[in-house]
Write a protein that binds this ligand. Structure first.
Ligand code: 3PG
Length: 306
C-alpha cells in the first residue's frame, strides 16, 4: 500500500518524519509531494496511491479520476471545503478530517493578530488593550472554544453564536451565548470568525452585518476568505474609517484593501494559522493513524462524506 503526502504548503519536517514512522511501521510505503505548483504534478503523483494526506490542497473529480487505487483521503486539518465530497463518494473514496488537532495553533494566531490590530500594527501611535473589550466568536467549534479560553486570560468579555451548538454548551464555557449572528456583531468590539465555507456561509459577512460592530470595531478572519463579501466590506470600510480588517487568508481584493486602508488592514501573505510544528505533528500523525486504522480495520470515525 502506498500513502502520499501532497502538500503545497509543507508540514514541518518533524511532522513528516513522524508520519513516515507510523506509515512504515504499518508496513506501507510513504511518498512525498511538497510545494507542487502544477495540478499535473498532483495528478501524476496520485496514480498509484492508495491513501492521500492533504492540507488545503484541492482534491476534485479530476484527481479522483487519476487516482485509480485511492481508498482514503485525510485532510490533516479541520475544513474540508477543498475536497469534492460527492466525487469522492462516487469514486468510493472515504474522506476524513482531523478535527481539533490544529485548533490551538489557529486560536493563538487570533490573539497575535488581535494584539497587533489594537496596537495600530505597531506604527508607534498609541493603541488600546484587549482587557475589558468585548469579543464575539462566530461559531463555537474547536477553534472558537480555544479562542474563548485564551480570551479569558486577557480578561475580555466573551460572546459567541453558533447555529449548531446549544446555548447551554456556550454558557457552560463561561461565554455569553447570543441568539443570532446579527446579535453577536451588535454586542461586541471585535469579531473573530470560525465558520466553515459552505453554500450558506459564502459571502455571509457583509455590509449590514459588519456595520453593526461597535465604534473602532475589528473583524478578524482566520476561517476562509469565501465567507467575506469583499466588495461590501470595502464599501463599508470606506464609509467607516474606524473599522479594521485583519485576516489570515488573503482576500482576492488584497491590493485594493492595502491601497485603500493601509493603516487598518492586514493579511498574512500565506495562511499561517495552522502552521506550527505542534499543529503539523498533531494533525499529520492523526491523519497517519486514521489511514492505518481505516486500511487495516475499516475504522471510519472521522468520515465526512456519505
Ligand atoms: C484548517 O481548516 O484546518 C485550517 O484552515 C488550516 O489549513 P492548512 O492546513 O491549509 O494550514
Amino acid at each position: 500500500m502506498k500513502v502520499l503526502i501532497a502538500t503545497q504548503k509543507p508540514f514541518a519536517k518533524v511532522a513528516v518524519d513522524g508520519i513516515k514512522k507510523v506509515i512504515e511501521e504499518a508496513g506501507y510505503e510513504l511518498a512525498l509531494l511538497e510545494k507542487y505548483e502544477q495540478k499535473e504534478q498532483l495528478l501524476d503523483a496520485v496514480k498509484d496511491t492508495d491513501a492521500l494526506i492533504i492540507r488545503s490542497d484541492v482534491v476534485d473529480n479530476e484527481v479522483f479520476n487519476a487516482a485509480k487505487n485511492l481508498k482514503i483521503v485525510v485532510r490533516a486539518g479541520a475544513g474540508y471545503d477543498n475536497v469534492d465530497l460527492a466525487a469522492a463518494t462516487t469514486h468510493k473514496v472515504c474522506v476524513m478530517n482531523t478535527p481539533g488537532q490544529n485548533s490551538n495553533a489557529v486560536a493563538e494566531l487570533v490573539f497575535g493578530l488581535m494584539v497587533m490590530a489594537v496596537r495600530n500594527f505597531y506604527n508607534g501611535k498609541s493603541g488600546t488593550e484587549l482587557k475589558g473589550k468585548k469579543l464575539g466568536i462566530l461559531a463555537f467549534g474547536n477553534v472558537g472554544r480555544n479562542v474563548a479560553r485564551i480570551a479569558k486570560g486577557f480578561e475580555m468579555e466573551v460572546y459567541a453564536y453558533d447555529a449548531f451548538c446549544p446555548k447551554e454548551v456556550i454558557e457552560a464555557a463561561g461565554v455569553h451565548a447570543v441568539d443570532s449572528t446579527e446579535a453577536l456583531f451588535e454586542s461586541v468590539d471585535i469579531v473573530s470568525l470560525h465558520i466553515p465555507a459552505t453554500p450558506d456561509t459564502k459571502e455571509s459577512i457583509n455590509y449590514a452585518l459588519v456595520n453593526k460592530l461597535h465604534k473602532g470595531g475589528i473583524l478578524l478572519n482566520t476561517a476562509r476568505k469565501e465567507v467575506i463579501n469583499e466588495t461590501e466590506l470595502i464599501k463599508l470600510m470606506t464609509e467607516r474609517e474606524d473599522l479594521k480588517y485583519v485576516t489570515d487568508i488573503m482576500p482576492v481584493a488584497d491590493a485594493e484593501f492595502k491601497e485603500k486602508f493601509a493603516d487598518r488592514y492586514f493579511s498574512t501573505p500565506k495562511k499561517m494559522g495552522a502552521q506550527t510544528a505542534e499543529a503539523n505533528i498533531n494533525a499529520g500523525l492523526a491523519a497517519a493513524h486514521q489511514i492505518v486504522g481505516f486500511l487495516k480495520d475499516g475504522i471510519d470515525k472521522f468520515k465526512v462524506n456519505k
